[in-house]
Ligand binder design. Sequence first.
Ligand code: IPE
Ligand code: IPE
Ligand code: MG
Length: 242
Amino acid sequence: MKDNLNFSFLPKHIGFIMDGNGRWAKQRGLERYEGHIEGAKTFRKIGEFAADIGIKCMTFYAFSTENWKRPQKEVDAIMQLFRDYLIEAEERKAENEEKGISLRFIGDRKGIPEDIIKLMEHIQSESSSKNNVIINIAINYGGRDEIVKAVKKIAADVKDGKVQINDIDEKMISDNLYTAGLPDPDLIIRPSGEYRTSNFLTYQSAYSELWFPDVLWPDFSEDDLIEALRAFEQRNRRFGGV
Ligand code: IPE
Ligand code: IPE
Ligand code: MG
């Protein structure tokens, strides 16, 4: 491995908020969906590169519970890209398996076209649990919605007498999120020049380090990821201690 890829430590889990596709397209006089096409290419490139350098868990924010507010044409184009990606992922299953990558999908299935749900479920069920790199794709995902769902599940368990109110703790809530069993994201990267997290991993990001590179997602490169990881290496994470 190249010298510049030696890190003293790496995040166990990185969250990527893939923002800026629309502005990237606009700058070039293209339609917004063309920005999403480029953004999808960046997702493939960065996911593979991060896996190669030893990142074991990543979550890519592809579509939020709020993104349904966009024009139908744009929503349809994003769903079509997602469908294309899933078909390709099925075809390249062996390749991912060889690289030890397993794909998971987080978010609310409601509203997502049936055929896409089938593809997601099929890919997820075929992904080997032996794989050592997890790539989560967050689609129709909202952090608040995820917390509401967790609260409802726990409330139902209380009602059924399976859980006592006093047993409810932070771990129980974590265990009822889509990311159950995964480490919290150590690092969240949001390109595009916006300084917010837009309902991404709301519960899990309580102590995440944040990095806001001034680049639009379609232009986000391997070097931009290395820069984020170098910055992460310098952070002094105290978690409330001294
Ligand atoms: C992010 O890019 C992709 C999705 C939210 C689906 P945007 O489409 O939000 O791009 P900008 O923010 O308008 O540039
Ligand atoms: C966040 O981007 C959601 C995704 C990248 C999927 P948005 O473009 O939807 O966020 P806001 O509206 O700028 O907060
Ligand atoms: Mg945006």
